[in-house]
Design a binder for this molecule. Structure first.
Ligand code: TRP
Length: 338
């Protein structure tokens, strides 16, 4: 299945909370387009989710929902390897080895660790600190060349690169050193309530975030309530540095309608915010509805989802086992007697 002449792409999303329109436009939507050019491996990183408190039944549901969502968003299990992280034990195993070459100082300095420690002050567990080492394991197990990530994950990716280089220097060449594949559009999707913050699934303000599961009425309501920039001019719908909220809505409109921002500015020339917001809502709904319908259909077909997950995990395990056995041998562990 894996084509040796192609580079490998790996990415993952946590099955935590709601996947947002920002996640979709910035990440998952683009993943489908990479499938022809690269060996793509897409993972639902359930072990990462355990670093914050989860309700087991909810985690289980979110995990399957996300698998179905990946496929509904255009990831083709025939072209890509799609699997659940905990189905491939090598992730946790490599994590242990990398833990032993990673310094505590490197982890305690991580921006996301500091943020999450503040947010979950009652549960600063060791897993939360080691989160980036598990992420490095995800990436390095598959000899990954490219990792599509948002800006907020660049620091974690840098650690994965450092660990790969450190291991290679200490024990001879073992891991490919991965590079970030930054999305041009994605990180630009901001909160509907505060255009200086990114649209984040952990935002406590429900109105700030469009979820991929939102129905049409909800999308309309949230967009109607979206903040705009005060402007009484004839052309209030403009993409401009001093109009961050409207620029964000224009970006959303452009990415969901397929029109360029310039075309959209022209379309809404002389129109007020009300008309514009309704059009953004319509464009968003037209993107969400088919995804939601497909996800529902997939979730109803247990046998199909299970076959995808079995094939995906089998594939992933095969590659991961090769890398891990090399690693074990190089650090001096004795191979199990067969
Ligand atoms: N930390 C990533 C995030 O929150 C998720 C993730 C885990 C990931 N392992 C990964 C992303 C490996 C890319 C590659 O967005």
């Amino acid at each position: 299945m894996a084509d040796e002449s192609k580079q490998t792409v790996f990415s993952g999303v946590q099955p935590t909370g709601k996947i947002t329109l920002g996640n979709y436009l910035g990440a998952i939507k683009n993943w489908g387009a990479l499938q022809q050019r690269y060996n793509c491996i897409y993972c639902v990183v359930d072990l990462h989710s355990l670093t914050v408190t989860q309700l087991p039944a909810e985690l289980r549901k979110n995990t399957l929902d996300l698998v179905a969502l990946y496929i509904a968003c255009g990831i083709d299990p025939q072209l890509s390897t799609l699997f659940i992280q905990s189905h491939v034990p090598q992730h946790a195993e490599l994590c242990w080895i990398l833990d032993t070459i990673c310094y505590v100082g490197e982890l305690s300095r991580m921006t996301q660790f500091k943020e999450k420690s503040r947010k979950h002050a009652d549960n600063i567990n060791a897993g939360l600190m080691n989160y980036p080492v598990l992420m490095a394991s995800d990436i390095l197990l598959y000899q990954t060349n490219l990792v599509p990530v948002g800006k907020d994950q660049v620091q974690h990716l840098e650690l994965a690169r450092n660990l790969a280089q450190r291991f290679n220097a200490r024990y001879s060449d073992t891991f490919a050193v991965p590079e970030a594949l930054l999305s041009k559009t994605g990180n630009s999707i901001k909160s509907l309530q505060d255009p200086s913050a990114k649209m984040s699934k952990s935002d406590p303000n429900d109105n700030a975030v469009i979820c991929l599961t939102d129905d049409a009425d909800t999308v309309v309501r949230k967009l109607r309530r979206a903040v705009t920039d005060s402007d009484s001019s004839f052309n209030c719908v403009r993409h401009a540095a001093d109009k961050p909220a409207v620029s964000n809505l224009l970006n959303i409109y452009s990415l969901t309608s397929g029109e360029t921002v310039a075309q959209a500015e022209k379309r809404f020339e002389g129109k007020g915010y009300g008309v514009f917001k309704q059009a953004v809502a319509d464009a968003v709904i037209a993107v969400l509805q088919p995804i939601q319908a497909r996800q529902k259909q997939l979730l109803a077909d247990k046998a199909y989802l299970e076959s995808v997950l079995k094939t995906g995990a089998d594939n992933a395990r095969y590659i991961a086992a090769k890398t891990l056995s090399k690693v074990y041998r190089k650090v001096g562990l004795i191979a199990p007697i067969r």
